[in-house]
Design a protein around this ligand. Structure first.
Ligand code: UDP
Ligand code: MG
Length: 325
């Protein structure tokens, strides 16, 4: 067996000054334990990605890095959102380690599952998805909306692992290929399965946030679902085409019926019904134009090909480090 794998835990942080001092030692303990168990290299690291926080988060990260070499941090030039922060961390890690595990910094995802993830990697899996087995600690509303999110995604043709968020192990080998996915509209949990390679899932119960507040209210979740669907699938456009076909066929039948009735001498009365149908169709057409417009907007953003993240500060230096946006 070759040398023990170097693990980098990648943690996006946005305004997390309350939780970071609590969870950072837990992550450190985890890599220390895994290294002591002989599963990973002692050169493993905990990488924090500061996503343009407005509070003390970056100072805390810098302090942690100064105190212990196992902690390192990078800072984004501004807030770019969770997905971009994770991507920035993974791209930072990919040339410096053998495996990465991305996890939120709020302590909601059970870090003890990392043992299982590493075991699966050692058994030959290149991607290991962390899947929530139950959502007891979430409110009914959060659970309902979050599970609805996965059903909607699936129905709309975006293949995602059910109840898997962004807690996952990805090997550096997979990340090298993942780096070739140049799209600007990123939805990691839909994109990672596209890379392929042997994968599996491990299960855990999701806890409550240790401190601070969720950054994913319903509005952001809907935006993420919509983004995911339009990034991964063209099913909405197909549904529009299908709907258009059905309506056309129905109206054709309606026209035939009206002609037949006219020939038979009975004129159909109905100003109100006509106006209703016209308004209804007008509304549907605008909606469809909106959905198609959304895709055009995405194409617009893709053609600009702006960098997906910009790292402004690092607590560490490496000669091998490369900037790949
Ligand atoms: N996060 C981030 N940038 C953002 C919003 C969130 O990096 O713009 C991070 C946040 O610090 C946390 C993770 O993404 O580590 C998940 O966020 P949160 O816990 O608020 O979401 P929830 O678990 O409620 O879905
Ligand atoms: Mg959370």
């Amino acid at each position: 067996m070759n040398a023990k794998p170097i693990l980098w835990i990648v943690i996006p942080c946005y305004n997390e000054q309350q939780v970071l001092p609590i969870t950072a030692p837990m992550f450190l303990q985890k890599i220390t334990d895994l290294a002591a168990a002989g599963k990973i290299s002692d050169k493993s690291r905990v990488l924090f990605v500061n996503d343009g926080s407005k509070d003390d988060t970056w100072n805390i990260i810098q302090k942690l890095a100064a105190e212990n070499e196992h902690f390192i941090g990078i800072s984004q030039s501004r807030n770019r959102g969770h997905q971009n922060a994770v991507l920035a961390g993974l791209m930072e890690a990919k040339d410096n380690c053998d495996i990465t595990i991305s996890i939120d910094c709020d302590g909601q995802d059970d870090i003890n599952v990392m043992d299982e993830m590493v075991n699966e990697y050692l058994n030959g899996c290149e991607v290991v998805y962390g899947v929530r087995s139950k959502r007891d600690t979430d409110t009914f509303f959060k659970r309902f909306t979050a599970e609805g999110f996965y059903h909607l995604m699936h129905w709309m043709g975006a293949e995602v692992v059910f109840n898997h968020a962004d807690y996952r192990l990805i090997s550096a080998k997979v990340l090298q290929h993942f780096a070739d996915f140049k799209e600007v509209n990123i939805f990691l949990r839909g994109m990672v399965p596209l890379v392929g390679f042997k994968s599996t899932s491990v299960y855990y119960a999701r806890a409550e946030r240790i401190a601070g507040e969720s950054h994913y209210p319903l509005k952001k979740m809907l935006a993420l679902a919509f983004d995911g669907i339009t990034s991964l699938s063209v099913k909405p456009i197909r549904l529009i085409a299908l709907f258009g076909t059905v309506v056309s066929v129905l109206s054709f039948v309606g026209i035939l019926w009206a002609i037949v009735m006219a020939l038979l001498g009975s004129v159909v009365a109905g100003w109100a019904s006509t106006v209703c149908i016209v308004c209804f169709m007008g509304g549907i057409q605008l909606l469809c134009l909106g959905v198609i417009g959304e895709y055009i907007g995405k194409i617009y953003m893709e053609t600009k090909a702006r960098p997906r993240y910009i790292v402004s500060h690092r607590t560490w230096q490496s000669d091998e480090r490369q900037y790949k946006g």
